[in-house]
Each structure stands twice: as structure tokens, then as C-alpha cells.
Design a protein around this ligand. Structure first.
Ligand code: AFP
Length: 329
């Protein structure tokens, strides 16, 4: 049976008696925006839009716009028009923004990275969008945008990503398992292709930028050597795309471990807590895997700033148990 994402969201909604449908309407804003983004990504090599944002006019006389700026505008526009959305925070904007006319009546904040891995676009490597949805916390001033989003990841009510790869795949969870949908470009609908994704307990790949190995904290080098040396069973091979959503998508489906540890250049890690690590950790846990900062569960971190960085290590139960023995102190 063919199930579209809209049908799936409506089915999920039935689990919550009395649900008004506003949350489903919010999610439809994300699917609309990401369809707009994927259409642009698919034409990136053709339309000469890879110039700098706000840069020169192209041959048609239009102002060139970088794809990550376009993706940001698409999400801001599609979500900003939903009355249930009070606050939007994006990797592309310095501050979280109150978008609702009447924030007292809005219930949700959406935090997103509109186009992660965008430095890969001009060499035709997959990129992605990540998003995290939070409910407005009790007792805050609804006009204080930061207060909406500075919540630990364990409070996310939904999260997901879209990978613009050999096909466009949207993976999301509302806390009831993880489900993947592939865009059928002929009809413009996301169709259920990966119901109930479960992460394998053990895979055969580790995914890390090993060029930074000398700067990793103690234990990481030995952990990698154990994976490579077959101490967990298989001798692990490396896969590292350098586009987080793509590396995570493979890890979620095929198993293994993905790491972006602290490095010399990024002692706090490179990835962003609110819109990269948190949605990924939510999905990974929902799929039966483990997500750590190297010190604690990602979803337990209480953020203090919107763009704060964190180390991120995610993997199957077996890889993460060994990681805890080698690296967590
Ligand atoms: P860009 O958006 O600048 O391409 O960065 C991508 C990213 O944030 C993430 O998607 C990758 O996992 C990570 O950086 C790769 O970083 P390294 O090049 O340092 O390995």
C-alpha cells in the first residue's frame, strides 16, 4: 500500500485524542519547504546559482543566491506562515526570531539547519536539512525567542532530516519510531519507503575525519584502532562523506559509528547542538541506537546559546558500549 507522508502524519495524530491538527499543518510546512529546496538542489549545476549570497547578477540579470540562503528563506517562509509556530531559529540567522503575530497563541518552536554540508554542493555531493521541534515551555515570556529554544533535546517533540542524495529522503520521528519517506519526483509526494527504521546493533563502518586524530581527546585513537583491528568482531572500514546528514543516514540504516569529537580547531566539537546533534540524537535513540557527547547523553545537555557546539558520537549499541569503555570518563 502506498502511504504518503501526509497520511502518515494524520495517522500519528490520531494517537493524540483531541489533537487540533496544527502540528500536522506545521509538519506540512517542512515538507513543502524541503521540496522547494530539493528542486533547487537538483538544478544547482544547471542554473548557475552557486555564487555568493547577495552577489553579482547572473546572465539572466537575476541576483545570484547561494543555495543555503534560499533554503533558509524557504523554511522561514513556509514555517513563518503557520500560526502555531511562535519561534524559528536557524543556522543562518544569528538570533532566534518570534514569527507569530500573536506568540501567546502559538505553541511550537522550530530549530533548523536549512542546508547542512553546503560546501559539498559544487562537487555534487549529497547535502541535507535538519530540524527539531519544541513545545513552548511553561511560564516563559512568549516574546523572549531564546527562551523557547534553549531546552534540552529530551524535550523535542519531533525531529528529522532530509537528505538530498541520489533520491530525496525525509526521515522523521514524533517519538513513536523513525520513518523514512522517499520523494517521488513525478508526483511531488513523499512516500513511505522505510517504515520503522531500526539501527543495527553493530555495523562495519566507522565514520570520522581521521585527519584530526592527533587532536582527539585520549581514548579516541585507541577506540578507532580497536574497531579497525577487529576487536569487536568485524574489522571496520571507513566511510566519511563530510556531509553530516549523509553520514548519519548511512549510519542509521547500515549501522556503525559516526564521530565528530573535540579537535584542536574545535575543542567543543564542530557540530551545533540545537539543530544538528539534537535532532540526530532523537532519531538515533528512537531507532535503538545511542548518542553521546563523549561525556553525557546528547539529549540531556542544557543549552545556553543557540549556536553552541558539541561533540557528537552516535552508533549502535555494541559500538557505543565499547566507546563508553574507551572514551567516556
Ligand atoms: P559545511 O556546511 O560547511 O559543508 O560543513 C558541514 C559540516 O558541518 C557537517 O555536515 C560535516 O559532518 C562536517 O561539517 C564536516 O567537517 P570536516 O570537514 O571538519 O570533517
Amino acid at each position: 500500500m502506498i502511504i504518503t507522508i501526509q497520511q502518515h502524519i494524520l495517522q500519528e495524530q490520531k494517537r493524540f485524542p483531541g489533537a487540533s491538527g496544527e502540528f500536522s499543518w506545521l509538519l506540512s510546512g517542512i515538507t513543502l519547504a524541503t521540496k522547494m529546496v530539493q528542486a533547487r538542489v537538483r538544478r544547482a549545476g544547471l542554473t548557475d546559482i552557486l555564487g555568493e549570497a547577495g552577489g553579482e547578477a547572473n546572465i539572466q540579470g537575476e541576483i545570484q543566491q547561494k543555495l543555503d540562503v534560499y533554503a533558509n528563506e524557504a523554511l522561514m517562509h513556509c514555517l513563518g506562515a503557520r500560526a502555531s509556530v511562535g519561534v524559528l531559529a536557524s543556522e543562518e540567522n544569528e538570533h532566534a526570531r518570534v514569527t507569530a503575530h500573536d506568540p501567546e497563541k502559538a505553541n511550537y518552536a522550530v530549530v533548523f539547519d536549512p542546508l547542512d554540508g553546503s560546501s559539498n554542493i559544487d562537487v555534487n555531493v549529497s547535502v541535507g536539512t535538519t530540524f527539531s521541534i519544541l513545545r513552548r515551555p511553561e511560564g516563559i515570556d512568549p516574546r523572549d525567542a531564546a527562551a523557547w529554544v534553549l531546552q534540552p533535546g529530551s524535550r523535542q517533540i519531533a525531529a528529522g532530516y532530509v537528505v538530498y542524495g541520489s533520491s530525496t529522503v525525509l526521515v522523521y520521528s514524533v517519538g513513536n519510531g523513525v520513518h523514512g519517506f522517499t520523494l517521488d519526483p513525478a508526483v511531488g509526494a513523499f512516500l513511505l519507503s522505510h517504515p520503522n527504521i531500526r539501527m543495527p546493533e553493530q555495523g562495519k563502518y566507522y565514520s570520522v575525519n581521521e585527519a584530526y586524530r592527533d587532536g582527539f581527546p585520549p581514548g579516541y585513537g585507541a577506540y578507532i584502532d580497536r574497531l579497525r583491528g577487529g576487536l569487536l568482531g568485524p574489522r571496520y572500514a571507513t566511510r566519511y562523506i563530510g556531509s553530516m546528514v549523509s553520514d548519519i543516514h548511512r549510519t542509521l540504516l547500515k549501522g556503525g559509528v559516526f564521530m565528530y569529537p573535540p579537535t584542536q580547531e574545535y575543542p567543543q566539537g564542530k557540530l551545533r547542538l540545537l539543530y544538528e546533534a539534537n535532532p540526530i540524537a532523537f532519531l538515533v535513540e528512537q531507532a535503538g541506537g545511542v548518542a553521546s557527547t563523549g561525556r553525557e547523553r546528547v539529549l540531556d545537555v542544557l543549552p545556553t546559546t543557540i549556536h553552541q557546539r558539541t561533540p557528537l558520537i552516535v552508533g549502535g549499541r555494541i559500538e557505543m558500549a565499547e566507546f563508553a569503555r574507551c572514551c567516556v570518563n
